[in-house]
Write a protein that binds this ligand. Sequence first.
Ligand SMILES: NC(=O)c1ccc[n+]([C@@H]2O[C@H](COP(=O)([O-])OP(=O)(O)OC[C@H]3O[C@@H](n4cnc5c(N)ncnc54)[C@H](OP(=O)(O)O)[C@@H]3O)[C@@H](O)[C@H]2O)c1
Length: 321
Amino acid sequence: MSFTQSLQTLSLGATNVTVPALGIGTWAWGDRLFWSYGKEYGGPEVQAAFEAALAGGVPFFDTAEVYGLGESERLLGRFMQATEQPVQIATKYFPLPWRWSADAVAEAVTHSLERLQISTIDLYQVHMPFDFFMSKRTLMQALAREVEQGRVRAIGVSNYSAQQMREVHQYLAECGIPLAVNQVQYSLLARQIESNGVMATARELGVTILAYSPLAQGLLTGKYTPDQAVTLSGARRLDPRFNEVGLRKIAPVLTILQKLAIAHDRTPAQVALNWLIAQGNVIPIPGAKTASQARQNVGALGWSLTPEEVAELDVVSLPWK
Ligand SMILES: NC(=O)c1ccc[n+]([C@@H]2O[C@H](COP(=O)([O-])OP(=O)(O)OC[C@H]3O[C@@H](n4cnc5c(N)ncnc54)[C@H](OP(=O)(O)O)[C@@H]3O)[C@@H](O)[C@H]2O)c1
């Protein structure tokens, strides 16, 4: 049987786990609090998004045990059962207060595997650097055991600073396991990792950056404009980046994105994602709620902005660095 090949691939850090150069984020799959799942979209739409990503050669999805209180993992599990195409999953462990012993890590992995209906997780990430209840060393040793047992193929962290990344990289190295990724916010409108040491440290340690909110939660698609009243749903109603003042501020970035989109016969979202890929060592994981969003986001692969175009976007987005 032949499946669509991934368009571009990357290794996760120094591991032998190779994934497409872009993944699809699934926070919105099953989440009713932030994303209003079940109102404007639901199961059929996100299943169509899953299928469109596979058809486009990107069978790689980022989820977390807390997304939709397990519903995102459950949906992915169901969708994977309905296809023979190999799928790669990145999920996350949440450092909850009652998780204070290494056994809690094994239990969390077991539950994620059950919801996903798989026997191995390609990438298991720590959702945030909260180590009040369990030290980083204990946590990393527990995760290393999961790799040794074959339930997890690669270990990552998320929202870790340069210093925190260095620490856990060392603890894992003591167990003979590389730190594969640090998943952090990164987009044309959130470039802090370029100045706070995270990007430089990731390069030095050979850790891949997974870029979350790479479309600034939809702002970089160009569909929100100050002159056009768009009904905002969920948490975006309270986010000042989406009000008129916020939208006027990002207009210069959108103007360049639109110009480059026309030049390449692409969309602003695809250009914004392509800029991230052009940084090297960066895998964007844009969210997609529908087949058309998934198709469009997958279309960020298979072509490249010129170095001059990348530089033009660098300059216009300097205020967000
Ligand atoms: N580790 C962490 O702490 C963390 C935090 C946040 C996110 N994440 C991960 O990163 C993923 C992506 O981040 P995100 O969802 O915050 O932001 P994002 O990818 O920047 O934006 C996703 C949203 O933008 C809209 N959209 C996406 N593609 C589009 C397209 N082609 N055309 C028009 N609209 C489009 C959709 O919302 P509408 O249709 O409603 O506009 C979609 O839900 C998440 O799913 C999750 O896996 C991780």
